[in-house]
Design a protein around this ligand. Sequence first.
Ligand SMILES: NC(=O)c1ccc[n+]([C@@H]2O[C@H](COP(=O)([O-])OP(=O)(O)OC[C@H]3O[C@@H](n4cnc5c(N)ncnc54)[C@H](OP(=O)(O)O)[C@@H]3O)[C@@H](O)[C@H]2O)c1
Length: 295
Amino acid sequence: MKDFANSLKSNTKFLIFGCGFSGNFFAKTVRKFGYKALTSSRSEKQDQHSFVFNSTNGKVPNDEIFDGTTHVLSCIPPGENGKDPVLEILKSKLKSLSLEWIGYLSTTGVYGNTNGDWVSEIDKPNPFQKRSHIRLNCETEWIESGLPVQIFRLPGIYGPGRSTFDAIRNQKIRVISKKNQVFSRIHVADITNAIIHLLRNKDSLKFHQIINIADDKPCSQLEVIQYCYDLLGLKMPKPILFDEAKKELSPIAQSFWTENRRVSNKLLCETLGYQLIYKDYKIGLKNCFLDSHKK
Ligand SMILES: NC(=O)c1ccc[n+]([C@@H]2O[C@H](COP(=O)([O-])OP(=O)(O)OC[C@H]3O[C@@H](n4cnc5c(N)ncnc54)[C@H](OP(=O)(O)O)[C@@H]3O)[C@@H](O)[C@H]2O)c1
């Protein structure tokens, strides 16, 4: 990955919409390789790399922000009106630029429920939740925009500062058991590194417009929670059966348990040759654990 510093043109400039968990990680990483990367937030930040963009109140970046932009990454979820915030406000602006590449972070929720079966990019999306229908519409709008977009479908994102450890520490953990239920996940560093791998090898790899970024080992949430308690040297509370626990879950939390799928990463990791840093939750959570002890 070291040669990424020299693999894009020296005038490369990234505009990253949404400086949340994934956007911020991506921006910090590409800056370490010497590239310029500006990030959006909805409110003013004391950060020379930050600009304001808020699709709901007309806070739109000025032309200078866009000057010289070659690459865009959108990490903003659909708005409450169901529209993609970036396309809704900035589509014509983006079309007026000479962009080489746009990445859009989407979700594997568009695949819907497969009762635990594997899903890959060749499977037809079959959204079940309303928010996943909306997401699929946003993906379609990006594809139909004529912009050079590549869509990354992501399962649950975790990493230092946002993992099961944090849920345990903040007493937000719910130890729930549901037979045969699995979830897929991805470490935030692998989202960034997978995208870097694709950009770095853009000329030699066949272009795929939709790519899943997931780790190798979908598994039950209980397995992950047990592993964290073990690393912390604590006793895990007794699991509550989902049917009992659901009465107290918010509708959104309940909705996550209505879908059961294993997300395949074969396109990314076999066809396109990306090597995961964190192949499974054990390696990834160890990283989160060690990171929290550094502070
Ligand atoms: N979290 C997951 O487990 C997960 C799983 C699969 C897919 N995804 C999707 O992957 C993408 C990145 O996820 P993430 O968890 O890294 O995101 P995140 O931390 O929630 O950050 C989202 C960003 O979007 C910005 N934003 C939200 N609404 C906006 C609007 N109307 N106008 C302008 N900016 C707006 C936020 O701005 P502020 O910084 O000002 O708040 C924030 O920077 C999202 O689309 C998310 O839905 C997430």
